[in-house]
Design a protein around this ligand. Structure first.
Ligand SMILES: Nc1nc2c(ncn2[C@@H]2O[C@H](COP(=O)(O)OP(=O)(O)O)[C@@H](O)[C@H]2O)c(=O)[nH]1
Ligand SMILES: [Mg+2]
Length: 248
């Protein structure tokens, strides 16, 4: 396990669906910012989730200009979590930064995450958003966060934040199962199952300025509710020793 105090190789893992309007600017911002950081090396892994707006072609063109960019492509849309999972599996970094590719999570939050991990010596950090989403989405995130904290006996202030910095070896063997929009909830839950409590870092969170969140609020809310029920049941089975508790 590479020590975060030393020079690390950092990977970014992100899903992308119909982000043609912003993906070039986002990749440039990430690449240029990481080039200024004291890193041993870095890579940017983005999985194009069967986009229909040319996001895939743009990523392949960008890979010509940015050798550290590794685009992956799904021919058909499989869901954000499936895309993120594929990106995570392709990473080789000591530490992996998880964020969305729509520009809502500024990469400039990274130094605070690194600093918090250096101070805590932990294996994961989570970004606490000053959220800029619609009220329904904020309520959904609050309610599911509350239920997941109850299921885990944890008190995370933003359980469903998609912005995380996690030890690469730990993240790559989390055994993620989610397909749709529950990737942020699942990663947090799987870390807590392993006794890894992410250190919390307050971060900037931007409103979406391009494209549209194709998160269908009602279906998304139903799926999130069902996924939270799964998390609650799974923690109960783990506590009773009916399931084997995974190791970090
Ligand atoms: N909505 C949606 N986003 C996807 C999908 N596949 C990948 N993504 C990416 O997942 C991230 C989060 O999606 P977004 O719609 O912004 O969700 P929100 O910020 O939670 O409202 C973005 O980077 C999307 O490009 C998908 O099937 N649906
Ligand atoms: Mg978004």
């Amino acid at each position: 396990m590479s020590d975060i105090l030393g020079p690390i190789k950092l990977s970014i893992a992100a899903p992308a669906y119909n982000e043609a309007e912003c993906i070039a600017a986002v990749v440039a911002e990430w690449h240029d910012f990481l080039s200024t950081q004291a890193l041993a090396d870095f890579e940017i892994v983005i999985c194009n989730d069967g986009s229909k707006d040319g996001t895939g072609a743009i990523l392949d063109r960008l890979a010509g200009a940015y050798p550290r960019l590794m685009p992956l492509h799904f021919s058909a849309n499989q869901g954000a979590a499936a895309a993120l999972n594929a990106a995570i599996s392709a990473t080789t970094g000591d530490w992996v930064l998880l964020l969305d590719s729509d520009g809502q999570f500024p990469i400039q939050n990274l130094p605070d995450m690194l600093e918090a991990l250096r101070r805590s010596g932990g294996l994961a950090a989570i970004g606490i958003r000053r959220k800029k989403d619609v009220a329904f989405a904020r309520f959904g995130s609050w309610a599911s966060g509350l239920l997941c904290n109850l299921a885990h006996g944890s008190r995370l202030r933003d359980f469903n934040s998609a912005f995380k910095l996690v030890s690469g070896p730990v993240l790559r063997r989390l055994g993620l199962e989610a397909k749709g929009m529950n990737y942020s909830t699942e990663v947090t839950s799987r870390l807590l199952e392993r006794g890894i409590i992410p250190v919390e870092v307050t971060i900037e969170h931007r409103p979406r300025t391009t494209g549209a969140s194709s998160m269908k609020l009602l279906c998304g809310a139903r799926d999130r509710f069902l996924f939270v029920l799964y998390v609650i049941l799974r923690q109960a089975l783990l506590r009773r020793g009916i399931l084997i508790r995974p190791k970090p």
